[in-house]
Design a protein around this ligand. Sequence first.
Ligand code: HEM
Length: 165
Amino acid sequence: MTALAAPAHTGHIRRIAATALLVLAVIVLALLVRPFIGTSDYRTPAWAIWVHLATVIPALPLGAWLLWRRRKGDAAHRIGGRVWVLLMIVTAIDSFWIRTITGGIGPTHLFSLVTLVQIPRAILFAKSGQIERHRRTMRGVYFGLIAAGFFAMAPGRTLWALIFG
Ligand code: HEM
């Protein structure tokens, strides 16, 4: 019986391989569509930056509260979770109007694509009772939010200029 069971780490390897494949597919797709996206005369509208900041700022504490709160699945978790998901979806969709780094759709937009794929998956996991997968996926999206926030403060970007410029 035990001789036939797959070793515990195969699940991890499979997941890492699937994620790597997804990222690769998105990079290839982005490279393929790039020539068709006009980059030359595009100017990021100010509203897109404001919408972005208005959604990420409340999403940071709300996400932390949802993840580190002991009680899960109660009304507060579900209401807070819906609000957080909405904030993240608006953040990701709005980001396609922001093109300050490369002047077009660039590698940072991969974060947005991954978010738009992972959030519906995480919701489906919760609805089908796969709580551990739900937790892991939402935690991944939250760390993506933190990482994007750090990137946003890199020298040369708008927030760096706003804070230190
Ligand atoms: C605390 C979190 C975040 C902060 C403070 C933040 C801030 C910003 C700011 C200020 C910009 C304007 C462009 C610039 O800096 O030059 C920007 C652009 C962008 N953000 Fe965020 N962001 C955060 C989270 C996210 C998340 C979660 C995503 C994806 C789901 C995301 C995706 C993007 C993308 C794709 C751009 C456009 C990059 C480009 O110009 O090519 N950001 N972000």
